[in-house]
Design a protein around this ligand. Structure first.
Ligand code: AMP
Length: 635
């Protein structure tokens, strides 16, 4: 969720606003150029976590008790004492109808007293389409406040960031207009397009290498090319590099590997390639490129031509002090590759946030990725926590649903309403919880779906390690494929094989990130109905299965695959009879119970992978990119 976060220009420290001892405003104002004021504010927020949480809830209820949604539970009352008793904990499916009514033109006040100004499309999906989260003008200010607080934290640990620039590779994604005229778009696209982003502190002092026009270019290839070009031209000033997620940063490195010769040629000649046609990109990049730089081009070429790209980041941007990318959660799979390219630079995950709300800041940005914890800021929303079993596989109340899917739980009726939650300041060290938020924007007791573990407290505010997202089995970029979607895709894809007498006896999956972009791998064990010998597999037919698998996955997967090129073609590996028995033997040898053994639908262990790989009889790739278009909202 990086937004060119850290830096401060000491010479900018002039105006000041008082730090707020009593937090009369939910978005406190302070001078973002004043690191001390920022740090003091963080002290105050975390010290008064309980008090602030109570205030947040009071404020949300006071403002929204008369909305149709809350009236249905609270009968117009706004006292926080009855909130937990009367208002149910919900999943997206429970509130989807309200969101869709707003998208179709009904007034915001069915859920929020403040006008909903846009809908933020999450990477989590419902029915194959992105979930949409309401947002307000005030929420944009709250995000800006949050981003500004990242600055003093980073400056506390890394000196003199104001002496150079940040190369942050940021991109916008497609957006749609809903029937009501509200835009529906990803949270970062919304933020980058806002005046809050354009006017972010220090932007006008050119402390970022990417001109706003290149970030806002809707053509991701032109955007990437121009941002890298600007980063290379200004390489000696760059003190930190980054992107939002590790996957995006690695994609940029791959792009550089594929395009460095052309980039160098542009630098050598001092002119931009003709295929960059976006007017904003052309004007802004041309002014940075300015004139021919033959020596600079020679230096860059020399590094890029080298035998190995190990440590290339340090070589190309020699003054870089760290790489700012999220490497927690599903992004942890990219750490080894990032380490290879980075040459030992610290990997910094600054924040934990979502389309629903921004949650927490990493107060120790230089800590090892495995030690990263986020401190939840108590003024961002009202937070509750559902206790989760220690093995963090199954939420306590989900046990009877076999821990399989959220949908199973929801369909069990009113269980959700009786969920016991714990307040922010009452979570216990070492315990696991699922995050529930009540936002200023019209979400009430909403299950975000993230499982977190308490690692400590900063003053009175708990710190959490991100453990995993509930029920996600595969993720390469922002896609989040759950077990159920995978099962449906597998069922669809196996259809052409059925009439030929094939049986699909087992399947599992694996996110292969050994190359960039990563891709989904599915292992299928096939046998014939009549005998156990598999005939030669027809390549066209198997490639058709791969394509159906991709077509069946949700729209975020298909967007990553088709529009963003952030996921490579899906691969199907057919294994011989008995391969999954061998996998079971292995899992049992590792401690799984024979009676309760269920085939894992995603494997991560290298040994398990080896067991299946050694039994592969055929590998097939999807030859077509799946269909994708910006989704439509049904009226
Ligand atoms: P989205 O709704 O598409 O904005 O995605 C938000 C989700 O991304 C969160 O609920 C998390 O599951 C994941 N996420 C965001 N920030 C982090 C982080 N710092 N570490 C791990 N996962 C994250």
């Amino acid at each position: 969720m990086t937004c060119c976060s850290a830096t401060t220009n000491s010479y900018l420290k002039h105006t000041f606003y008082p730090c707020l001892p009593k937090f009369p405003k939910m978005v406190p104002t302070y001078d973002p150029n004043d690191d001390e004021a920022g740090l003091k504010l963080l002290e105050d927020l975390t010290t008064n976590a309980h008090h602030i949480q109570q205030q947040v809830l009071e404020e949300i209820l006071k403002k929204n008790a008369q909305t149709e949604y809350l009236r249905g539970f609270l009968n117009g009352r706004s006292d926080k004492e009855i909130f937990k008793e009367k208002v149910p904990v919900v999943n997206y499916e429970d509130i989807k109808a309200y969101i869709e009514r707003i998208a179709n033109g009904e007034p915001s006040n069915i859920i929020s007293s403040q006008p909903i100004i846009e809908l933020l499309t999450s990477s989590g999906t419902s029915g194959g389409l992105p979930k949409m989260m309401p947002s307000t003008a005030e929420e944009l200010d709250r995000k800006t406040f949050f981003y500004n607080l990242l600055v003093p934290v980073m400056n506390k640990y890394v000196d003199e960031l104001d002496k150079g620039k940040g190369m942050y590779l940021l991109f916008i994604k497609p957006e749609i207009s809903t029937p009501s005229g509200l835009m529906a778009r990803p949270v970062l696209t919304s933020y980058y397009k806002s005046s809050n982003f354009r006017n972010r502190p220090f932007n006008r002092y050119n402390v970022y290498t990417s001109p706003d026009e290149t970030i806002l270019c809707p053509d991701s290839k032109q955007s990437m090319y121009c941002q890298l070009l600007c980063g290379l031209v200004q390489r000696h000033e760059v003190l930190r590099v980054g992107a939002v997620f590790a996957s995006a940063f690695l994609r940029a490195i791959k792009f550089l590997e594929d395009n460095w010769e052309e980039l160098c040629s542009n630098i050598r000649k001092g002119c931009l390639s003709d295929w960059i046609t976006d007017p904003g990109c052309r004007t802004s990049v041309s002014s940075i490129l300015g004139k021919p730089y033959p020596e600079l081009s020679e230096l860059i070429e020399c590094e890029c031509r080298g035998k190995s790209w190990e440590g290339i980041i340090r070589k190309l941007w020699p003054k870089t002090k760290y790489i700012e990318v999220i490497v927690t959660g599903s992004m942890a799979q990219y750490i080894p590759t990032l380490e290879f390219y980075s040459g030992g630079l610290p990997l910094v995950s600054t924040m934990y946030a979502s389309s629903e709300c921004y949650f927490g800041i990493n107060f120790k940005p230089l800590s090892k990725p495995s030690d990263v914890s986020y401190t939840i800021l108590p003024n961002m929303a009202y937070f509750e926590f559902i206790p989760v079993e220690k093995d963090h596989e199954q939420v306590v109340h989900n046990v009877q649903c076999n821990g399989n899917s959220d949908q199973n739980c929801t369909s069990k009726g009113n269980e959700e309403e009786n969920l016991e939650t714990v307040d922010l300041v009452d979570v216990k060290l070492g315990h696991y919880y699922e995050l529930v938020v009540t936002t200023f924007t019209g979400l009430y007791r909403y299950r975000v779906g993230d499982i977190l573990m308490v690692t400590g407290f900063y003053n009175k505010a708990p710190q959490f390690r991100f453990v995993h997202r509930r029920n996600v089995v595969l993720s390469i970029d922002t896609d989040k494929t759950n077990e159920e979607d995978l099962l449906n895709a597998v069922k669809n894809a196996y259809t052409p094989l059925k009439p030929l007498g094939f049986l699909l006896t087992e399947y599992t999956s694996f996110a292969d990130t050994s190359s960039i972009p990563g891709h989904y791998v599915l292992f299928w064990e096939l046998k014939m109905k009549d005998n156990s010998d598999l005939p030669e597999l027809d390549r066209n037919l198997m490639e058709q299965c791969c394509s159906i698998l991709e077509e069946s996955l949700d729209s975020v997967y298909r967007r990553c695959r088709k529009k963003d090129n952030s996921i490579g073609p899906l691969e199907l590996r057919v294994v011989k009879h008995g391969a999954f028995d061998a996998l079971m033997d292995f899992c049992v040898s590792q401690g799984s119970s024979v009676n309760q053994y269920k085939t894992p639908r995603c494997i991560k262990s290298e040994e398990a992978l080896k067991i299946l790989d050694s039994r592969v009889v055929g590998k097939f790739f999807s030859e077509k990119t799946p269909f994708w278009e910006p989704f439509k909202i049904e009226t």
